[in-house]
Design a protein around this ligand. Structure first.
Ligand code: URA
Length: 434
C-alpha cells in the first residue's frame, strides 16, 4: 500500500477500506508516513468526509494504535467526561472535583488547546508544578487513593490521536465530524473508563456551528461508545457565546475555583450541574436527577469539591496553595479594558472570534512547537442580552505584549453585535442523547 494512492483516493471522494485506514494510522504512528502526507490526507477527509463505517474503522485503529488502559484495578464505576471544545470551557476543572467529591471515580484523559478552543491540560498547567504527564500506574493508584486523576495522552495511549491532534491544530483540519468523533472516542476507548459523558458544543464558538451537525456528531460518538460496551451519554450545549466570563488559561482556572467557592457564573454552574448529574447517575451514585443535583450543590456549599481540587492538584505535583490563593497563578503584566463604541442590547458575540483574540494575545499555539502564555486572556463583562451604553466596559484584556494587545483589542470589538430591541438570554442545554 502507498500513502500517495490513499490520499488520491480520498481526494477523489472514494471511501477508504478498513485495511487502508488501519495501515495509514499504524504507519503514521510509527513515523513511516510523514506529517506532510498526513496533512494532505486530513485536508482530503475535511473536504470529502467519511462514511459511518470509515469513521468507526478510524476510531478503532486510533484506539488500538497504543496500549488499552486496564482500569480494573480501580474499584467502582469509572466515569470519564469530554467536551468537543469551546471558548471559556473550563468545565472539567470544576466538574471533575465536584463529581469526585460525591464519590464517583474520575479517571480522565484530557488534551491541549485545539484551534480557537482551549484545552484542559494547558489550563491545569497554570498551577505551578502541576503535571499531567504521569504514568498509567500513577494514574490508577491516584484514582484509587483520592478518587480523581486527569492525565495527558502518554506516548502509549492513543498515540495516533496525540500526533494527529497536534497536526490538525495547525493545519485547519479540526472541524470535521469524523475526525472529531474518532479523536475523542479513540482516547475514551483506550483510557478504559466504564462510562463516558460527552459535552457536545454547538454554535459559533464550537467546531459544529449548526445544532443538527452537533446532534449528528453526538449520535456518532454515542453509537461508537455504546457499541464498544461503554455507557455513553451526550449533552448538546450552547457555545454561541463564551461559557462563563473568563477566556484564557489561568483566568479560567481562577473562574473554576470561584465556582467551587459558590461564586460561579450562572451558565457555567448550570452546565457543571447538568453534566455532573449524568456522571453521578452513570457512576451509580445517584438514582434520580434531583438527588444528583442536590449532592453536587452540597459539594460546593460544604467545601468538599474545593478541597478535592486541592488534593488533586497536590497529587499531580502542583502547588495546592494556589487553590486557596489565586494570586499564585500566572499573571499578565498589562491589564486593559475595552470600551464599547456602540450602544444597545448585545444581539450576538461571534464566539470563535473571542477564542481567536485569546490566541492573538498568546494563549494558543501557532505551530506545533509554540509555547503558550498561560497568563493572558479576556474577562468579559457583558454577554448576549445585556444592555450596554457607549463607553461602557465590555471586557478586560490581560496581555504581556502591547502589539499583541492592540491586535486582539481591534478584533474583539468586531465580535460584538448590537440591536436596539431587547434580546433573550440564550438557552444553554439543548438536548440529551443516550
Ligand atoms: N476534542 C478532541 O479531543 N478532539 C477533537 O478533534 C476535538 C475536540
Amino acid at each position: 500500500m502507498r500513502m500517495y494512492d490513499l490520499i488520491k483516493k480520498k481526494r477523489d471522494g472514494e471511501p477508504l477500506s478498513k485495511d487502508e485506514i488501519t495501515y495509514m494510522v499504524s504507519e503514521y504512528t510509527k513515523g513511516a508516513i510523514p506529517d506532510y502526507q498526513m496533512s494532505a490526507m486530513m485536508m482530503a477527509i475535511y473536504f470529502q468526509g467519511m462514511r459511518d463505517d470509515e469513521t468507526a474503522y478510524l476510531t478503532m485503529a486510533m484506539a488500538h494504535s497504543g496500549a488499552m488502559l486496564d482500569l480494573s484495578a480501580i474499584e467502582g464505576v469509572k466515569v470519564d467526561k469530554h467536551s468537543t471544545g469551546g471558548v471559556g470551557d473550563k468545565t472539567s476543572i470544576a466538574l471533575a472535583p465536584m463529581v469526585a467529591a460525591c464519590g464517583v471515580k474520575i479517571a480522565k484523559m484530557s488534551g491541549r488547546g485545539l484551534g480557537h478552543t482551549g484545552g484542559t491540560i494547558d489550563k491545569l498547567e497554570s498551577f505551578p508544578g502541576f503535571s499531567t504527564e504521569i504514568s498509567s500506574e500513577h494514574f490508577i493508584s491516584q484514582v484509587n487513593k483520592i478518587g480523581i486523576s486527569i492525565m495527558g495522552q502518554t506516548q502509549d495511549i492513543a498515540p495516533a490521536d496525540k500526533k494527529l491532534y497536534a497536526l490538525r491544530d495547525v493545519t485547519a483540519t479540526v472541524d470535521n465530524m469524523s475526525l472529531i468523533a474518532a479523536s475523542i472516542m479513540s482516547k475514551k476507548l483506550a483510557s478504559g473508563a466504564d462510562a463516558i459523558v460527552l459535552d457536545v458544543k454547538t454554535g459559533s464558538g464550537a467546531f459544529m456551528k449548526k445544532q443538527e451537525d452537533a446532534i449528528a456528531l453526538a449520535e456518532a460518538m454515542t453509537t461508537i461508545g455504546n457499541h464498544a460496551g461503554k455507557k455513553t451519554i451526550a449533552v448538546i450545549s450552547d457555545m454561541d457565546e463564551p461559557l462563563g466570563f473568563a477566556v484564557g488559561n489561568a483566568l479560567e482556572v481562577k473562574e473554576a475555583i470561584e465556582t467551587l467557592q459558590g461564586k460561579g457564573p450562572e451558565d457555567f454552574v448550570t452546565l457543571c450541574i447538568t453534566l455532573g448529574t449524568q456522571m453521578l447517575m452513570a457512576g451509580g451514585i445517584a438514582e434520580k436527577e434531583e438527588q444528583a443535583e442536590d449532592m453536587l450543590k452540597k459539594a460546593i456549599t460544604d467545601g468538599s469539591a474545593l478541597r478535592k481540587l486541592a488534593e488533586f492538584v497536590e497529587a499531580q505535583g502542583g502547588d495546592a496553595t494556589a487553590v486557596y490563593d489565586v494570586s499564585l497563578l500566572p499573571k499578565a503584566s498589562i491589564v486593559e479594558e475595552v470600551f464599547s463604541e456602540q450602544e444597545g442590547y448585545i444581539k450576538k458575540i461571534v464566539c470563535d472570534e473571542i477564542g481567536v483574540c485569546s490566541l492573538l494575545l498568546g494563549g494558543g499555539r501557532e505551530t506545533k512547537e509554540s509555547r503558550i502564555d498561560l497568563a493572558v486572556g479576556i474577562i468579559l463583562h457583558k454577554k448576549v442580552g445585556d444592555y450596554v451604553r457607549r463607553g461602557e466596559s465590555l471586557a478586560t484584556l490581560h496581555a504581556n505584549d502591547s502589539v499583541k494587545l492592540a491586535a486582539a483589542k481591534a478584533r474583539f470589538l468586531q465580535a460584538y453585535h448590537f440591536t436596539a430591541t431587547p434580546i433573550e438570554k440564550r438557552t444553554l442545554i439543548r438536548k440529551m442523547i443516550r
